[in-house]
Design a protein around this ligand. Structure first.
Ligand SMILES: NC(=O)C1=CN([C@@H]2O[C@H](COP(=O)(O)OP(=O)(O)OC[C@H]3O[C@@H](n4cnc5c(N)ncnc54)[C@H](OP(=O)(O)O)[C@@H]3O)[C@@H](O)[C@H]2O)C=CC1
Ligand SMILES: O=C(CO)[C@H](O)[C@H](O)COP(=O)(O)O
Length: 469
């Protein structure tokens, strides 16, 4: 075992890898990066302090330059590139080395890789990282999963690199095997939901209430000073101020309304269905991106079904106040869906996630950081068995206070032909969840009618079947 060499190695020197490596180097660790791209290698070598930051295109040099046991992270695109890096490095790795995947890998892939490498005596971790380029450089939220022993081995480096809230690092051991990638996937599902909710608020304010770009900027800036304080509201206010090179047109108004995605939102929705945990706001956020992609079809349909002219029967100030409360309500429901998924997944997949810790490390560094995460942390801290944050006393008071405004916003959207799909889904989720009685007795009767699927009766033991005709 050698004590000389670099403390930490990064494979993939793109947006995330390069910045996280420099962040780790800032804390005094010696680091080495590996990338196939000679330009990326040259640019890192140029920028960094040569004494303790190095980059190479040679896997052999990379491996032999690291202190043993080695600590390596991959930040390459999810999917085949991760398997390819693992295949390339594994022959050179020794028992006790740690290999981490910091990308947005699909959690079943992480389980497969974890099992294969654990069998070889190599520690493997799926480490969710959020914060984008700036977060990676200055302090992201980090969600490591794998084994507690592996985490202890890398903890000082991850704690040094992570964002800090009240002096506490936004990193914790999330849970076993693929727990880190799972929680990051749900983080992204919530990210999709919040972004879609904000976009719908923008649509209602712009097309319904007629707010100018300047007014939109001011509204979002004000919102960010209150309960909605969050990274996504903050960047939205900045987007409403960013002019193109001509100094006149907002860049936003030049961007095509066709949203792309890399898959984490879809995986969240798919897994929610698998676990039978309702996540309709996330589902509708995915649906909205998918529908946005078929722009030509939308334009053709718009000719057949033109939106009717409609003037909202409320002042701008009134609409702004209602939309703000609708967003607060819908944000809570979006996080509620994500947390409910993590709780169920933790049981189902034996992750042993400490849910209050997840809320805690999402308070800083990540894309979904928001002031209200402290409320969620407190709710789970007070009661780790809490099934849904919506029924926590303090959050229930807020939902009760805002529910008439979200209903009004949905009505305004319906009247003005403005699609408020994720907002509606949030309200429906709430209404379904708070309904002690739902009309699904009728579905049971129909199932039994056409398929003899049987049904249960109120206050009676057993299952029943009726000859309906
Ligand atoms: N960008 C973001 O905001 C965030 C991204 N992520 C996740 O982090 C991961 C990395 O993303 P990001 O940094 O944006 O991606 P980039 O495409 O910017 O960087 C990936 C880098 O990996 C390199 N690479 C690919 N295959 C190999 C290989 N076999 N060996 C060595 N290097 C390789 C690429 O080189 P080359 O270009 O030459 O192929 C590139 O430099 C992804 O899983 C992403 O989803 C997570 C959080 C935020
Ligand atoms: O992980 C992230 C932030 O936390 C990425 O920015 C995310 O990959 C963006 O996803 P998509 O491209 O699907 O919108």
């Amino acid at each position: 075992m050698s004590n000389t060499g670099y403390d930490f190695g990064m494979v993939g020197l793109g947006v995330m890898g390069r910045n996280l490596l420099l962040n780790i180097a800032d804390s005094g660790y010696s680091v080495i990066g590996l990338d196939k791209d000679t330009e990326k290698v040259a640019s890192l070598t140029e920028e960094a302090d040569k004494d303790h930051v190095k980059a190479t295109t040679s896997a052999e040099e990379f491996i032999s330059s690291l202190k043993s046991p080695r600590k390596i992270m991959m930040l390459v695109p999810a999917g085949a590139p991760v398997d390819s890096v693992i295949a390339e490095l594994t022959p050179f790795l020794s028992k006790g080395d740690l290999l981490m995947d910091g990308g947005n890998s699909y959690f079943p892939d992480t389980n497969r890789r974890y099992d294969a490498l654990t069998e070889k005596g190599i520690h493997y971790m799926g480490v969710g990282i959020s914060g984008g380029e700036e977060g990676a450089r200055r302090g992201p939220s980090i969600m490591p999963g794998g084994s507690a022993a592996s985490y202890d081995f890398i903890k000082p480096i991850l704690e040094a690199a992570a964002a800090k809230v009240n002096g506490e690092p936004c990193v914790t051991f999330i849970g076993h095997r693929s727990a880190g990638n799972y929680v990051k996937m749900v983080h992204n599902g919530i990210e999709y939901a919040l972004m879609q909710l904000i976009s719908e608020a923008y649509h209602l304010l712009k097309s319904g209430a007629g707010l100018s770009d300047e007014e939109l900027k001011n509204v979002f800036t004000e919102w960010n000073k209150g309960e909605l304080n969050s990274f996504l509201i903050e960047i939205t206010s900045e987007i409403f101020a960013k002019k193109d090179e001509d100094g006149e047109t907002l860049i936003l108004n030049k961007i095509l309304d066709r949203a792309r995605s890399k898959g984490t939102g879809k995986w969240t929705s798919q897994n929610a269905m698998d676990l039978q945990v309702p996540a309709p706001t996330i589902d509708l956020a995915v649906v909205a991106r998918d529908i946005s992609a078929i722009k030509e079809e939308r334009e053709a349909a718009g000719e057949i079904f033109p939106a009717k002219e409609y003037k909202l029967d409320a002042s701008k100030e009134e609409v702004i106040g209602k939309v703000e409360n609708a967003l607060k309500f819908a944000f809570i429901t979006a996080y509620a869906q994500g947390f409910a998924m993590i709780k169920k997944a933790s049981d189902e997949y034996n992750y042993e996630v400490k849910i209050a810790e997840v809320a805690k490390i999402w308070r800083g560094g990540c894309i979904i950081r928001a002031a209200m995460l402290e409320d969620f942390r407190k709710a789970f801290e007070a009661d780790a068995s809490l099934k849904n944050i919506m029924v926590n006393d303090d959050l229930a008071k807020k939902l009760n206070a805002y529910q008439s405004d979200i209903r009004d916003c949905v009505k305004m959207g319906v009247d003005a032909s403005i699609p408020m799909s994720a907002t509606m889904a949030s309200l429906s989720y709430f209404d379904l969840y708070r309904s002690g009685w739902l009309p699904l007795n009728l579905i049971q009767a129909q199932r039994d009618f056409f398929g003899a699927h049987t049904y249960e009766r109120i206050g009676e033991e057993g299952v029943f079947h009726t000859i309906w005709k």
